[in-house]
Every structure is written in C-alpha cells, then in structure tokens.
Design a protein around this ligand. Structure first.
Ligand SMILES: Nc1ncnc2c1ncn2[C@@H]1O[C@H](COP(=O)(O)OP(=O)(O)OP(=O)(O)O)[C@@H](O)[C@H]1O
Length: 683
C-alpha cells in the first residue's frame, strides 16, 4: 500500500488546495491519515423545524423549496435559500460561497447544522454546515472529529479528504509494531487505531485508538533519541581543560556563596569538560535560581585553558544583559568578553570577526547570529545556548565547523519533573538546580479585577517612592478594534496622565527596533525608568533585581507557565516583591489559574498544575516550553505512556532487536520519523 501518494490524487484537491495543505505540513495521504483531530463533538439529533431553538445550534433536515439566490452586499456574496420539512420552513443564509447557488436546487434534500437566529425580520439558519443526509442519520450521537484548520481549509473539506484517504487505504496499512509489543502493552492494531481516531464508534474506542497512536509517537521518539545518544556520546573531547586559574578568584569575588544545588551542577559541568567525551548537557533551573553564574564559570575555565567560548541568547536584549553581567564578573579577571548582535554597525562587526579569528577575544556573547553569520573562531571549545535553540543536527554541524566539536551546554528555565526531563532531553545529560538562593522572599501575588486600578496606581507610586521599579505587562502593542485588551502604547499614555509626573514611564514591545529596545532596557536596568510597560518581550531572563512589582493586565490571556515566567522578573533581589494579576474573566479555568499563582511560587508545582488544567488538545502555554512538540501525545498528560515507551526503547536497543525480521518495519518508521524531526533534536 503506497501511502506516499500526493494529496492531489484525491477528489477536490487541485494545485491551489495542495499548496495550502502543504502549509499545514500535509503533502501525502500518509500525512492526512496522521493529521489527528484536536477534539470531537457529538453529532446532534435532527430537530423538526417547528421545534428549533432560537439562538442555538440546531440540526434540521428538509427539502430545498426556493432556488438559491446570490445577493452582493458590500464585498460579500450572500447566498439565500429556504428549506422545508413537514412542520415548517426556514431561510438558510451562506456567506462567500457563491457556488452554492448551483448546488442548493429545489427538491434536493439536506441536513443543515447551524445557529438559528431572528434577523432582518426572518428566522434563518446562519452559515450552516451542509451534511450528507444518509451519512448523518447513521452517525447521530457518534463522535465527530474536529480538525485544526487554517484559512481556506474548511472542516467539510478536511473531513472529506481524510475520509477519502481512509477509503483508499481501507485496512491495508502495514502495522509496524511487532505483535509481541502490541500484546505486552495491550495496544490496538494500527488500522483500527487510525480508523477509530478519525471515525470513533464511541469514547472508549477513541481512547483505545489514541493510546496506540500516542505510544507509537513516544516509542519512535525515545528510540530516535536513544540512538542519537549512543552516537553522540562517542564524540571524543578534543580539548584539554585541566587548568582553572580563575575559578576561585571568580567565586571569591561574588557577593554571595553558591547554593549547594549550584555547586553540584557546576561540579557536573566541570567533570564533563575534563572527561574524555564531549559535553552535551542541559541545566534546568526555575526562574531566578542562578543559572547565569554557572554559565559564567564554564566560560571562565574554558578561557583559562586558552580556548574560546560563546554564549547565545534568544534576543538582543537578553544577549546584552548577559554580556553586561558576564563582563562585570570576568573583566576584573582579565578575560576579554565581547558582544555580537545584529544592531551593531558593519564596521563594529568586522572588527569583532577579526579579533575572534586571531584569538584576541576569549568569550563571545550574542544572539544566534553568532553561529549563523560568517564568524570564524580561532579555537571554540564551548557553546552555551538556551532551550528554545538547542542545537539541531544542522546547527551542530555549523558549530563543529567553527570549532572542533565544541562542548555544548543548554540552559533551560522550564521546570519539569526530573523523570520527565531525563526522557525529553534523552539525548543529553541533565543537571537540575533545585534550590533557590537564600533570603528570597515569597512574591506576594494578588488577583483583582479592573475596578481596582486606581488603588493599584497608589501602590505603584508607593513602591517607586521607596526607590523600587515596576513592570506592567499588556498583551497588545496597539489598540485593537475588536479585542478589549490593554495595549502597551495607550496604557503608557494613560498611566502618565494618572501618575505623578516625576515618575518616568516608558514602554517596550517586540515590534520596536533592537536598538531602541536595548536602550530602554539599559535605562531600566540603570534605574533611569521607574515603570516599564511591556508586552511579553521581557518574559524570559530579564534580570533587574531592583524591580519589585509586576502588574499583569488581561492575565487571563496567559497560561500558567507564561505567568510564572513573567512573575519571575521580580523577586530577584533582597526586597519584598509583589505581583498583581488583573482580570475581569469569569472563566473557571482562569479563576483556577489565578488561585494557583497566588498560592504557589515553585515552578515545578506550577508546571504540574499547568498540565492538569490543560484539557485534551488544549495547548495553552505549551509553546513557552522549549520541549519537543508531539502530534498526538502530550508529555504531561500521557507521562506514563512516555515512561513505558522509554523503557521499551532502551530494551529494544540493548537487545539489538531492530535487526530482527519482525522489527524491520519499526526500524524503517524510525528512519522516516527522525528524518522529519532530526533538526529539532540535538545530537
Ligand atoms: N547563590 C546565590 N546567592 C544569592 N544570589 C544569587 C545566587 N546565585 C545567583 N544569584 C542572583 O540571583 C539573581 C538571579 O540569577 P540569574 O539571573 O542567574 O537567574 P536565572 O536562573 O538565569 O533565572 P531566569 O531563568 O529567570 O533568567 C541574580 O541577581 C543573581 O546575581
């Protein structure tokens, strides 16, 4: 069975549609079969027209009794027709589908599903879904899949092409899992799973199908990662890092002592750098747990041994911040640290390239341009990056070309349980900073509605009068006509009017030029700005310990992970800090989220709640994790399956089962799966 046929073999898929599908990652029949629903809804029973419920979604069945007409209003074509059953008649209105005029002919029988409203003096079913009569009756009360869509791809179309693909393959898909695995883990057969995920008989059969497909996905992932790990642990350490002249000096120069957790992690890194293999390690630590100093130590001992090291940040603001904090610590030791970011002039950049090449620079800090641009190092031995940018195979190659397989250190602020970390970072060694620096006070957190604004303004003034600084987060950059969200620019104007004019208020957002962003952040860091109104650009990593109040407008717009990251911008120094979450939302999940934020500050606990609160298919906050994304599996919800699959993967590899005849198809599948994903996973 060739499932690699292009989607254009299906009815209704021409060149234009196939281009649109390609944007969704769908090129072949196989891609369609693996395009899983994001949710299901129950097919509703048919209502008699006399019994329809106003302002609700109704399903009606009847005969078209008025030839459809197209009416043009402004730029929209409205198609209007009427449908009748034995109890009454109702108008049906469609928008921007002029071709329906020829389809909806008098005498044709249809099932229509849509909201019924009284508008313009008539009762009408508005923009209903048109459903095949015979098909529908058989399927009443069954689950109907809801697919994720993009513009120009309708649910009807998606369902139709997936059904065609299922008909085409008709139970002839090769099950790549050997029988012994299926039996031991009680997994459904592959054809059954694919059919039931798209056309479930009931909830139970859908769950059975889902379990099988999640297992598949995790098993392939775990096998791939473990294979990569086997391969990557073989890279020998090409550097001789045995001196640590400046380590003690650096530690002595700090105004604090490292926590035990920091010491342990630092030890692990040092051992790696001195071992016979190249380091490939991720350091995980909650917001504010003190990862930067660990990075600085690693940079230092590499430079002590006359090698170069680089450190990359996701944004210029962060790169500059790292640059400043690292320079402050390392310059007194005579270590030359330089910055490389996009907003520098060509001349400045060229000077930096030159100095890097001839070894005048020990440490380079920048954005990811550091490895993409034409940068030549003299002897790069260590590259530090963040979790969102953990290196894929291609970047690893790039890096190797710049150095000679340098050591890799990834910094992650995503607090996830250790067992999970060991799996999702399965190709790397994991270090966890599971302790906060001493003396940190709990960030007092409150949730209020917008009627409290005036009082909050007084609170802001009080904080500023005692020498502190304030962040205010607004989700939008500019005023929006459609959404009632606070926007950064108008908010700044509003607050300037409300508050004493001695208080300096500025804004920062992602659409500003890097140069302007940098200058605002610099002024905020130097306490030249009292209130910084910002979008989430400051979410990750910004460190201004004098800022003690974080106000988050429209807090309902953020997931728990995002709120935790944002709140982590305060409480970074010795002063008592506060976070005020402002929302008018009455939604239960939002309420629960706010309660959790007020109650807990430990990122590990918050991340666990985050997962519990996310329903199936709800990926709220997920993008904020720099974790691999799965097609159907959810690493938190399906954590048990992930663990099982990981143990199985290790067993398969240990016993070299992939070479056995029954494992032939599984082996093939890994190659295919990893071909697609290989760039996301570090090697
Ligand atoms: N052992 C320690 N004792 C006291 N203060 C510390 C210690 N380690 C780090 N700090 C301070 O804690 C603050 C936060 O550290 P850092 O910026 O490294 O956090 P982080 O882990 O990178 O957090 P984020 O993920 O939010 O960026 C800094 O001001 C730093 O100087």
């Amino acid at each position: 069975m060739n499932t690699n046929l292009p989607v254009t073999v299906l009815k209704g898929v021409g060149d234009k549609k196939s281009n649109t599908l390609e944007k969704m990652g769908i090129k072949t029949i196989d891609n369609l079969l693996n395009y899983y629903p994001r949710d299901y809804e129950k097919n509703m029973p048919v209502n008699k027209i006399s019994d329809i419920k106003m302002n609700e979604v109704n399903v009606i069945e009847g005969i078209i009794c008025l030839n459809a007409q197209n009416i043009r209003k402004r730029n929209i074509v409205i198609t209007k027709t009427k449908i009748r059953d034995d109890t009454g008649e109702i108008f049906a209105i469609f928008f921007s589908q002029p071709y329906l005029k020829n389809k909806l002919k008098i005498g044709n029988r249809y099932v229509l599903k849509g909201k019924v409203q009284y508008k313009y003096n008539i009762i009408q079913i508005v923009s209903p879904e048109i459903i095949d009569v015979n098909n529908y009756k058989m399927r009443i009360n069954r689950l109907k899949p809801i697919y994720p869509l993009i513009k120009d791809v309708s649910m009807n179309f998606m369902t139709s092409i997936i059904q065609q693909s299922l008909n085409y393959t008709k139970d002839q898909l090769k099950d790549f899992l050997p029988d012994d695995i299926r039996n031991s883990y009680n997994l459904a057969e592959y054809n059954y799973a694919i059919n039931q995920i798209h056309n479930p008989d009931n909830n139970e059969s859908m769950e059975v199908a889902r379990k099988r497909l999640v297992f598949d996905e995790f098993l392939l992932f775990a096998l791939g990662l473990n294979l990569i790990k086997e391969h990557s642990t073989d890279i020998p350490n090409n550097y001789n890092i045995d001196k640590s002249t400046n380590e003690k000096k650096l530690l002595d120069s700090l105004p604090y002592k490292l926590t035990n957790a920091q010491l342990k992690v630092w030890d692990e890194i040092k051992n790696d750098l001195q071992s016979s293999k190249t380091m490939n390690r991720v350091v995980q630590g909650d917001v504010g747990s003190g990862k930067t100093i660990i990075a600085a130590l690693a940079l230092t001992i590499v430079s002590d041994n006359d090698y170069q090291a680089c450190m990359m940040a996701p944004t210029e603001v962060l790169a500059k911040q790292h640059f400043e904090s690292v320079t402050k610590i390392l310059n007194p030791l005579g270590i030359n640290v330089e910055l490389l970011v996009g907003s520098m002039t060509k001349k400045q950049k060229e000077e930096t390239y030159e100095k890097l090449k001839n070894g005048e620079i020990n440490i380079l800090i920048g954005t990811h341009a550091v490895i993409q641009e034409k940068v030549e190092f003299k002897n790069l031995a260590l590259a530090i990056t963040d979790e969102q940018h953990r290196f894929g195979v291609k970047q690893r190659e790039n890096l190797s070309n710049k150095g000679n397989s340098p050591h890799i250190l990834v910094m992650s602020a995503t607090p996830i349980p250790r067992t999970l970390a060991l799996i999702v970072y399965g190709d790397m060694d994991v270090s966890i900073i599971d302790e906060m620096p001493p003396g940190r006070q709990k960030i007092e957190t409150y949730t209020v509605n917008t009627s409290y604004r005036e009082r909050i303004y007084s609170f802001i003034e009080a904080q500023i009068n005692s020498g502190r600084q304030v962040y205010i987060i607004c989700p939008m950059v500019e005023e929006s006509e459609t959404l009632e969200l606070e926007s950064v620019i108008s908010y700044t104007e509003k607050i300037r009017e409300k508050i004493s004019n001695k208080i300096k208020v500025e804004y920062i957002h992602g659409k500003m030029k890097a140069k302007d962003k940098n200058s605002i952040m610099e002024r905020f860091s130097n306490n030249e700005i009292d209130i910084l109104v910002s979008t989430t650009v400051i979410e990750v990593g910004v460190n201004v310990p004098n800022a003690t109040l974080m106000i988050i407008e429209n807090a309902e717009r953020f997931g728990l992970a995002g709120l935790h990251q944002l709140r982590g911008r305060v409480g970074r120094g010795k002063h008592q800090s506060y976070c005020v979450l402002i929302t008018d939302s009455k939604n239960n999940i939002t309420k629960k989220r706010m309660e959790i934020m007020c109650k807990y500050t430990d990122g590990f606990i918050i991340s666990e709640y985050d997962l519990k609160l996310r329903g199936p298919g709800d990926i709220f906050g997920f993008k904020q994790h720099g974790l691999p994304e799965f097609n159907i599996g959810d690493i938190f919800r399906d954590m048990d399956i992930l663990k099982e699959a990981n143990i199985l993967a290790k067993d398969i590899l240990e016993k070299e089962k992939l070479f056995q005849e029954e494992y032939k198809y599984l082996n093939k599948k890994i190659k295919k799966y990893f071909d697609k994903r290989i760039n996301q996973i570090s090697l």
